[in-house]
Design a protein around this ligand. Structure first.
Ligand SMILES: [Fe+2]
Ligand SMILES: [Fe+2]
Length: 254
């Protein structure tokens, strides 16, 4: 059984965010303002479903301790009150504001087909009660929260890169404090996500108890990895020109 969870973790590690050319470019410090703006506009619709995806899973967990862990995760996501921060989706919008996009820009951006495909997958495995919820735990919860550290070749975290290279102000980089602050020595993307990923692994050990359910988890995770990388590639292909200058907050604000 633990082999099966290790298989899922290995699949996620093999195609972690830093294997994507989009993340490699962002982490190199060479992302342009247009790319970072579109990164926010096209990641947002997926993040906007996140708590509802978790709720779809939580509503089907009969174990009190595991269910309350999901409820705490959702409460923190929606309010930021457990970490004395703010609704996570809004701190992601604060990052958008720092690179020059407003909430109106985000809401009026057309949905890319590659974005829609990720949303459809996530809703299909987390919120559709005809699909066992463990498929959602493996291919949405564990994939997002069990992500290895996002670290540049010179060992900087995504938080470091946002603060020190793109020179974002505190409101602009705060999102990354709770979501991408770990460095290479860590085996998780942030402290907070590590707690969340532990719950996902426990849910899988407890409830993905048959070979059929385990096989479904592996298939759905493989599909989710394909879809998410297609989504990353779509942003890079459509919104990046190497001739454009890298974004620096100070210069854009001047
Ligand atoms: Fe979050
Ligand atoms: Fe989380």
């Amino acid at each position: 059984m633990s082999d099966f969870v290790q298989t899922l973790d290995a699949m996620i590690a093999e195609r972690k965010k830093m294997t994507s050319p989009l993340y490699q470019l962002i982490m190199s410090g060479n992302a342009t303002q247009r790319l970072l703006q579109n990164f926010v506009m096209h990641r947002w619709p997926i993040k906007n479903f996140w708590t509802r995806n978790i709720l779809g899973i939580a509503s089907r967990i009969d174990d009190y301790d595991l269910r309350i862990s999901l409820v705490e995760n959702i409460y923190e996501e929606e309010t930021g009150r457990l970490t004395d921060s703010r609704r996570h989706l809004l701190s992601f919008v604060d990052f958008g504001n720092a690179v020059g996009v407003t909430m109106d820009d985000i809401k009026s951006a057309p949905l890319l087909p590659e974005t829609q495909a990720v949303i459809d997958h996530n809703v299909g495995v987390c919120n559709n009660t005809s699909v066992h919820f463990t498929a959602g735990v493996a291919s949405v919860l564990l994939l997002m929260e069990g992500q290895p550290p996002i670290v540049s070749p010179n060992k900087r975290s995504m938080l470091d890169v946002m603060r020190d290279i793109y020179q974002l102000p505190p409101s602009g980089y705060d999102y990354f404090v709770h979501h991408a602050s770990s460095t290479e020595a860590d085996n998780h993307v942030s402290e907070l996500e590590d707690e969340h990923a532990s719950v996902a692994r426990e849910l899988l050990r407890r409830y993905a108890a048959t070979p059929e359910l385990q096989d479904q988890c592996i298939r759905m995770l493989a599909r989710a990895l394909d879809l998410r990388h297609a989504h990353f590639d779509a942003m890079l292909t459509r919104f990046y020109e190497p001739g454009e200058a890298p974004f620096r907050y100070q210069e854009a604000a001047a």
